[in-house]
Ligand binder design. Sequence first.
Ligand code: PLP
Length: 450
Amino acid sequence: ETRDYQASDAAHHIHAFLDQKALNAEGPRVMVRGEGLYLWDNDGKRYLDGMSGLWCTNLGYGRQDLNAAAARQLEQLPYYNMFFHTTHPAVVELSEQLFELLPDHYSHALYTNSGSEANEVLIRTVRRYWQVVGKPGKRIMIGRWNGYHGSTLGSTALGGMQFMHEMGGMLPDFAHIDEPYWFAHGGELTPAEFGRRCALQLEEKILELGAENVAAFVAEPFQGAGGMIFPPESYWPEIQRICRQYDVLLCADEVIGGFGRTGEWFAHQHFGFQPDTLSIAKGLTSGYIPMGGLVLSKRIAEALVEQGGVFAHGLTYAGHPVAAAVAAANLRALRDEGIVERVKDETGPYLQRCLRELFGDHPLVGDIQGTGLVAALQFAEDKATRKRFDNESDIAWRCRTIGFEEGVIIRSTLGRVIMAPALVAGRTELDELLEKTKLAVDRTAQELGR
Ligand code: PLP
């Protein structure tokens, strides 16, 4: 029966970011059930999900409170729009919960169905803001090389994945600066010096383009899909200073960092800066149902509401009642069960300490990054000189494949393996994640003769 699913999938379905022919030859794993941090495939094999699905199932699988919230809302009002001078209690409650969590600096949100859409809406909202305040020339969005903001056209252009740009994903009025990855690009500089150097690139880019043309700088507080990169501490304060100095909006993509991943509610709080907008999705609903959004600071919201008139933008499913009900239940659970505090005080420090104990001197691992319940192991040929393997992507992919065999799901990105388990993970699950990841990394090292 697994083979039937695979054959039918191969006949009709194109998967994301994969060589479809190779996938069809191998046959995808058919996932059928989830409970807590565990997944089962159609052949009964169990996996510890070390990636929260795709950085999203923050509450783990099988939460009855989220299911019940969806079921209740489906019965009561499965859909209504926001266009006809209308709203509904589910979205009102979600907004109340969201802004209780957020600092006073923020006041309004636009809702979407995904992170890509959140960033798509961001691009238009930022441009609209500058029109409204009388600076319509400010149109250029600056992102970062290797940043990831989604797969729609605008979010692809904003992101810095060159292979995506080459596949028809570039637009005018987008620019990029380098990623702040010290291990790879830091050379002789200290991390602190390198962080400042990378931030100064933003200033150089703004001056090159003309501050009167630059609308916003957009980045993930820590870079996720492009390699799980944590910038040096000197980076974000300097970026913030530059944005303020040149009147460029500072926009944080919190799609994977938001809702507790780092042990703070939002990743920008971990790094200590104050963005003008936050793009959110994934952990907003713990992935149980698609939903995203764009959070605006009071300054932006006030301009749009008080001076902006009609903003010609709308999505049929914005603030969808069922998604909003699930999101509200999700936020309630994260708050009432003290899950984010536990990541900050207990499970996060435990995971990070154990990773450094297990892999600090490992012959394959050159660097360990992360905080809270997100971490990456960078493979390296020589740790002391930070020399990376020429085929590092193949090595990390191999490690991730062995992980699947051992029953743990970790992700590979370039020369790194990444983990981001559900925030409800306890010591037992974290111990299993660590043990199986160690097995996978050891087996990879053995195959390389190290
Ligand atoms: N922004 C970031 C930082 C992401 O990691 C992702 C997805 O991985 C997105 C945006 C796009 O979100 P979605 O896949 O929901 O469109």
